[in-house]
Design a protein around this ligand. Structure first.
Ligand code: DX5
Ligand code: ZN
Length: 223
């Protein structure tokens, strides 16, 4: 079984001190998850490549850039240059997802598919052999701090089955509303990487919150 990994989303972090914020939790986490929003695919705007560069300078961790934007192929190279290790995009935003996956791979970055709660998994089956990660969303994209959608859990189990059926070693990353209350069910359904935004950057004590989640993942991994 793969080691369970923790990826803080910086969406609810203090952007006035983003370098300090990510550095403060670095000892307890495995990735950073960077949510890019363009105000078209989702009704929110966040940041661009310069923020990815700032995080890249502050920590050595791999960075998963989650593009909640229309036309991800147009911006992939900018995020690759900024330091992305992986780039996930929503397949329904492009006419030919296979081509965008190829384009991301050609940039030396790991491609990933981000699966909106309302998007069916089966039609994506043919793409799963080409990606390094399947990002299963357990909230509607656009905001941090939302309630976990448990109805997505069977879909995460199905994703794990599909990856096994096709012999893919891609990670399953679960994104949205993950905290100490929901992480067990998320891992049981098949999550190997869990994203946590507001559960970590809660404005109280991010390092302690990250450490608690990290130790819960260690306990679950030891079971
Ligand atoms: C939502 C983003 C998620 C979100 C996670 O559109 O893709 O990564 O920031 O934040 P929490 O953990 O607070 O739901
Ligand atoms: Zn995300």
């Amino acid at each position: 079984m793969k080691r369970l990994q923790l990826a803080p989303s910086i969406l609810t972090a203090d952007f006035g001190r983003i370098s300090d914020e990510v550095a403060s939790v670095a000892d307890h986490v495995d990735w950073f998850h960077l949510d890019v929003m363009d105000g078209h695919y989702v009704p929110n705007l966040t940041f661009g490549p310069s923020t990815v560069e700032a995080v890249r300078r502050a920590v050595d961790h791999p960075l998963n850039v989650h593009l909640m934007i229309t036309d991800p192929g147009r911006f992939a190279e900018m995020f690759a240059t900024a330091g992305a290790t992986r780039i996930c995009f929503h397949p329904e935003t492009v006419p030919d997802p296979a081509r965008v996956i190829e384009q991301i791979r050609s940039l030396g970055v790991g491609p990933g598919l981000a699966v909106h709660p309302d998007v069916e998994l089966e039609p994506l089956r043919g793409l799963l052999t080409e990606v390094d990660v399947v990002l299963m969303m357990t909230v509607r994209p656009g905001l941090g701090g939302q309630r976990f959608i448990p109805e997505v859990l069977p879909k995460i189990e199905r994703a794990r089955e599909m990856l096994q059926e096709i012999g893919s070693d891609a990670d399953i990353e679960v994104d949205g509303g993950v905290n100490l209350e929901t992480v067990d069910r998320t891992v049981a359904a098949g999550a190997q990487i869990v994203v946590a935004g507001s559960a970590i950057f809660d404005g109280i004590d991010p390092p302690a919150a990250a450490a608690r989640l990290r130790s819960r993942l260690d306990e679950l991994g030891a079971q």
